[in-house]
Design a protein around this ligand. Structure first.
Ligand code: E4P
Length: 216
């Protein structure tokens, strides 16, 4: 399973990149606003840190506008994935861009049928939002199971990128279901490393080692 960081915070991306475990980055207009940075500038910096796919989202709603914005965004770096919303114009744009060899992340997916459409449009990634589904009382993870089954039925190459991840359980369940990628806030990714028994075990081993009086 690939791990993407869902953030536009450079320090967090650098820290995760340094672990060697970061495979890509996703941004969206809300994350850019939160960073307080210039969109083009911060995305360029991210692509320089992370060699994996870096998603940058268009804001136009019509196909021509999306194509124009995509043209500007893909010039930032070779590892840019253009993020388009799951609309008719978004999928039309997806088809045109992927046909041209550009990576496309289709975002704001809330149903298995939408994911089916994105795969037919040749999407590189489909981003089903699990947390936002949970927020409205539907178990978001069920969407991942449905999409996995449909994609496997037809051998679609589109990668399932689990988005709107809010906790380690979302990641655990997505991995069990065979999701290809997950994108999560850095704080959630860092939670994965932690277990109280690991901390207790380290403390006990160090105490015993100290008592041996030996050195490595
Ligand atoms: C995905 O690419 C989105 O940027 C993101 O996962 C949305 O998450 P949120 O629902 O926590 O805003």
């Amino acid at each position: 399973m690939k791990f993407f960081a869902d953030t536009a915070e450079i320090a967090d991306i650098q820290e995760l990149h340094d672990t060697g475990l970061l495979d890509g980055v996703t941004t969206n207009p809300s994350l850019i606003k939160k960073s307080g940075r210039d969109f083009m500038e911060v995305v360029k910096e991210i692509t320089a840190i992370c060699p994996g796919p870096v998603s940058a989202e268009v804001v136009a709603l019509d196909h021509d506008g999306m194509m124009r914005e995509a043209e500007t965004l893909r010039k930032i770096a070779d590892n840019i994935a253009i993020k388009v919303p799951l609309t008719i114009d978004g999928l039309k744009t997806c088809k045109a861009l992927t046909g041209d060899g550009t990576m496309v992340n289709v975002t704001l997916c809330f149903s298995a049928n939408q994911a089916l459409l994105a795969a037919k449009a040749g999407a590189t990634f489909i981003s089903p939002f699990v947390g936002r589904h949970d927020d409205v009382g539907y178990p978001g993870i069920e969407l991942i199971a449905d999409i996995r089954m449909i994609y496997d039925n037809y051998d679609f190459a589109t990668q399932i990128l689990v988005a709107s991840v809010r906790n380690p359980i979302h990641i655990h369940d997505s991995a069990k279901l065979g999701a290809d990628v997950m994108t999560a806030p850095p704080s959630v990714i860092k939670q994965l490393f932690k277990h109280p028994l690991t901390d207790n075990g380290i403390a006990a081993f160090l105490k015993d080692w100290e008592a041996t009086g030996q050195r490595i």
